[in-house]
Ligand binder design. Structure first.
Ligand SMILES: N[C@@H](CCC[C@H](N)C(=O)O)C(=O)O
Length: 326
């Protein structure tokens, strides 16, 4: 007997209208990309100088899919600021911000900022010949969290992330915590502190590395109250002793908004240092080393030219591959 299976064209790998066999919009077919990471936080990077290739949330999610796409924690598009409304607004205050980092999480959602991403973004611009800086020189980058200055340093990049803020200033200052956080593997819910690094974070301190290892981040931790647009959640263990040679030592795992658990989060490392420094009090250091599953990033608190306290994030940036979207 002859049996014929009826298969929808998309499942057979045949394109639906407007979608190529890869599942991406046909308009993106042929677009070159690079793959890179910063301490294991990985990104697909696309150069789109004239802003011709805006990715829909679905297209970004398809590219970042680890089974059916290239696979990444986020998609980064390099666009000349003049071609995006957000970029044009930044150019009014700082004409040096030629390039804009258009960042999407792996679920396709936009984020204001990505600390590991902006280092890899600058590394990508240099590798593509779209910008040129030597060691000790800086590049001014537009992001949805404002302008960031990135300095090329030995072994990587240092980013002036700007000032940090409490998300609930009155509550945080009065009670030293402003959220209750629960996650699988924790015996009881924990107090958290909500910190903005341009994007939202909720930081929880744990006492032991064994407790950190037992925390289940396969599902999204519950955060009450949760910031309006969601939050990234950092679980942090301060070292014992906390400070060695003037540097505060932290170990962190993170559940990222729009992604899930990642090997590293630069803005999260900054938020973790902000919270632990706040809890530790007056004698806490200004320099921190934050160990994440994917490596170590540095965080420093500096008084900037504007007289405000800024956070500086430093770490490596690596490109691992180039290819073409089909
Ligand atoms: N991994 C990033 C943060 C990426 C954005 C985040 N998931 C959000 O939605 O805010 C980093 O290195 O900072």
């Amino acid at each position: 007997m002859n049996t014929t299976l009826s298969t929808p064209s998309s499942a057979a790998g045949l394109p639906d209208s407007g979608v190529s066999a890869s599942g991406l919009p046909v308009s993106l077919a042929g677009l070159p990309f690079a793959k890179g990471h910063g301490t294991g936080n990985d990104f697909v990077l696309v150069a789109d100088p004239a802003g011709d290739h805006d990715f829909s949330p679905a297209a970004a999610a398809a590219v970042c899919d680890r089974h059916r796409g290239i696979g990444a924690d986020g998609l980064i598009r390099a666009v000349r600021s003049e071609h995006l409304p957000e970029g044009q607004a930044l150019l009014q205050t700082n004409p040096a911000a030629e390039w804009f980092m258009d960042y999407r999480n792996s679920d396709g959602s936009l984020s204001e900022m990505c600390g590991n991403g902006v280092r890899v973004f600058v590394h990508f611009l240099l590798a593509e010949g779209l910008a040129e800086i030597g060691e000790g020189e800086t590049l001014t980058i537009g992001t949805r969290a404002g302008i960031k200055t990135v300095t090329r340093i030995e072994g990587g990049y240092a980013v002036d992330m700007g000032p940090w803020e409490f998300i609930y200033p009155d509550h945080a200052a009065a009670k030293a915590m402003d959220a209750v956080v629960n996650a699988g593997g924790l015996e009881v819910p924990r107090p958290g502190l909500s910190v903005s690094m341009g994007n939202p974070h909720t930081v929880v301190a744990l006492a032991e590395l064994s407790e950190l290892a037992a925390t289940d981040l396969h599902t999204k931790p519950s955060v009450q109250p949760e910031p309006e647009h969601g939050t990234n959640v950092e679980f942090v263990v301060p070292a014992e002793p906390l400070v060695v040679d003037g540097v505060g030592l932290l170990t962190m795992r993170v559940h990222e908004r729009g992604v899930g658990e990642t090997l590293s989060c630069g803005t999260g490392a900054c938020a973790a240092a902000v919270a632990i420094r706040f809890w530790a009090g007056r004698d806490a250091p200004n320099e921190w080393a934050v160990t994440v599953p994917g490596g170590v990033v540095g965080v420093r608190f500096l008084t900037a030219e504007d007289g405000r306290e800024h956070v500086e994030l430093s770490g490596p940036a690596v490109l691992v591959a180039r290819g073409t979207l089909l």
